[in-house]
Ligand binder design. Structure first.
Ligand code: SF4
Ligand code: FES
Length: 403
């Protein structure tokens, strides 16, 4: 039987040591943390696609710095010993690693539920058979659009038809299958078509996620950010799809941070649930953490995973509530969203310890409304709400492929 990750980790038992905890006291820096629920392994930054919304860092790791097969396998064992239940294999494009079958077999031996997050480019039916035989539990294929011309435009290469072919092969296997669409100003007009594509390809789940503005996506933000009108229409479409497809296809929708009233609990809270290892072995609390200046990240080739999780400066930095400033410090939602995203606070307001400016309670929230106001400017509004199958701008900044 397949393992599934529980919705939340076991509660800290530290309340027993604190005779009079303040109301809503969340875990503090010094508390023992249960291990991560999942390990996110960025096996490589190499990728045949050049997506305009890629959240990989601007400085990517070259092939020469990638961890060896043996080191990854050791990291998987350590993660399982630490309590992790799930392994997400991602990148870049994880299929660029020739040892992927071996890595999945090792993850299965370590009793990790293994999820492959891929563009599908580089996957043949034969290779997919081998991955399933090695123990792959779930595959998530990303599509850039429902239409080939637009999808290939956003991917910066010819990919859509190849994805369709491999998705048809996946359908024949009894394996968890999710289709993922990253949505934005340029493709939201085809949201209904995207959901229909997931239905036709036999996926069990379709994940519709708005662009997160980190890495390469930040470079293209003006062209990607949807209008309020687009967002409202997309919510109507999602609600109708959920009702129509209940019991057949699960529809997961991730709303865009910039239009939300409150932020999401980024990564389930800093250093609380997830641990990410980059291609060179650097352990990060989130995929964008390197944007935060003066924060030292440990490497799995130098330190045990358990020490990094429990003791390292980077994982402790924004764990718990000690670091919080007002309004988060006394806000009732601080144990729900943990003050939002540290990287977004840094990127938008220049200080990772501030309340995430996407929060409507943040004193810096006007930084976000200034951005969304520009996106809703009448001229762009007309373009983005058009039912024409139109490409928004020819001046994308494409993610390059590292050496
Ligand atoms: Fe969350 Fe802080 Fe906003 Fe409260 S003030 S909702 S804790 S980000
Ligand atoms: Fe770094 Fe949200 S991406 S904390």
């Amino acid at each position: 039987m397949k393992k599934v990750a529980p919705a939340s980790p076991p509660a800290s038992d530290d309340r027993n040591r604190d005779p009079q905890p303040p109301p809503n006291r969340g875990p503090q820096k010094s508390d023992f943390m249960p291990g991560p629920l999942a390990l996110i392994a960025e096996l490589t930054h190499r990728c045949p696609l050049h997506c305009v919304y890629c959240s990989n860092p601007l400085q990517m790791k070259p092939r020469t710095e990638e961890l060896s097969t043996a080191t990854w396998i050791d990291v998987f064992k350590q993660a399982a010993n630490l309590g992790a239940l799930q392994l997400d294999l991602t990148g870049g494009e994880p299929l660029a690693r020739a040892d992927l079958t071996e890595l999945i077999a090792a993850a299965r031996s370590a009793k990790l539920y293994t999820n492959l997050i891929t563009s599908g480019i580089g996957l043949t039916p034969e290779r997919f058979d081998a991955l399933v035989r090695a123990g792959l539990d779930h595959i998530q294929i990303s599509f850039q659009d429902s239409q080939a011309a637009q999808g290939d435009e956003f991917a910066g290469t010819t990919a859509h038809e190849k994805k369709l072919a491999i998705a048809a092969a996946i359908k024949k296997h009894r394996i968890g299958f999710t289709l993922n669409f990253v949505v934005h100003r340029g493709n939201l007009v085809r949201l209904e078509e995207m959901i229909a594509l997931a239905e036709n390809l036999g996926a069990q789940k379709v994940e519709i996620a708005h662009v997160q503005y980190y890495g390469w996506a930040t470079e293209n933000r003006a062209a990607l950010l949807p209008t309020r009108l687009q967002l409202d229409r997309s919510l109507e479409i999602i609600q109708a799809a959920e009702a129509r497809l209940r019991g057949r296809l699960r529809v997961d929708y991730v709303v865009p941070d910039y239009y939300a009233r409150y932020p999401k609990a980024c990564m389930g809270g800093w250093g609380r649930k997830l641990m990410l290892i980059d291609p060179s072995g650097e352990a990060l609390p989130c995929h964008a953490a390197r944007v935060i200046p003066n924060l030292h990240f440990e490497n799995v080739t130098k330190r045990p995973l358990e020490w990094i999780w429990q003791e390292s400066e980077s994982f402790q930095k924004f764990r718990g509530e000690d670091w919080m400033q007002e309004p988060c410090r006394t806000c009732d939602r601080r144990t729900i969203d943990f003050g939002g995203c540290r990287c977004q606070a840094l990127l938008l307001a220049g200080d990772a310890a501030l309340t995430d400016p996407v929060c409507s309670l943040s004193p810096k929230h006007d930084l976000v409304t200034a951005i969304t106001d520009r996106s809703n400017f009448p001229a762009t509004h007309a373009l983005a709400s058009s039912s024409e199958s139109t490409l928004v701008t020819p001046s994308w900044i494409y993610r390059p492929n590292p050496s």
